[in-house]
Design a protein around this ligand. Sequence first.
Ligand code: 13P
Length: 335
Amino acid sequence: MNKQALIETARQLMAGNKGLLAMDESTPTANKRFKEAGIPETEEFRRKYRELIVTTPGLGECISGAILFDETVKQSTADGKSFISVLNDAGIIPGIKLDEGAKDMPAFPGEKITEGLDGLRERLADYAKAGLKFAKWRAVISIADEIPTDGCIYANAHALARYATLCQEAGLVPIVEPEVIMDGDHTIEKCFEVTQRVLHIVFEVLISQRVYLEGMILKPNMILPGLDSTQTATVEQVADETVKCLLRCVPAAVPGVAFLSGGQNPEDASAHLNAMHVQYRNKLPWALTFSYARALQQPAMDYWQGKDENVATAQQLLYDRARLNNAARRGEYRA
Ligand code: 13P
């Protein structure tokens, strides 16, 4: 394992108040979002949309890395330039989603286990050859009566750890994403308790599987009430609870934490990140940034509607959101 190369990639991904752009929607997820936005659900429209994203002028000023889906790795702009080279030319490091989705976990009703370990070493060799420098694997943990169980959390933590060591062997920085999802009517206190339990188990297993902590990035959820909860939380409360939870669980050896947005609207996702930096500037052992999909892309996708004449304005909307999250990383975001 080339530890120095991993440290250097992680440093570049966390540098300069930038953050990550998750554009790694699987085909079913991309189609679902297209359907909601009234965009044709075809490979060509997915290619056009991803071209819109990667060719957004100035994106590299705000985005350090972009997470791609396998289909996108092989796609090119209309004039034949591969998306990977467009990103590299823009100073954006290309990464890849490696998991093959969360499936129902046998014997654990209501819980999911993420698949994709079979053949992963060989896939990683191909992706490393294609120039990808980092990767992502998402585990899904749900909150409801009696769940999550330790059986589900340990199984997902083990898969995350196996994926992470294979990435590091191949020279790619693993983003470890154990997402406690927002669905449900649980309180912010419950989200804190579950996220803390999940992160403790994840790091216990990462360490036992010999994941090199200095060469990985954690992608967690923020601490929030469930989407159907009647409880409201202030921006400051979300920032406080999230940082408190991370400080209890994430070793200082980990260079960076990059949040998922998880269904928060773009403004909330920026405001929460901003408040963490206002309240904890220079007091945290790791870099704290964003790795959003919906909270960066949604305004652009909604405006685009699949129409060429809307591309320039949609790109401006994407750039604006990326810029605003840069400001949030400096604690200077204004809605
Ligand atoms: P959201 O920001 O839309 O939650 O997506 C982030 C992500 O990469 C989920 O795996």
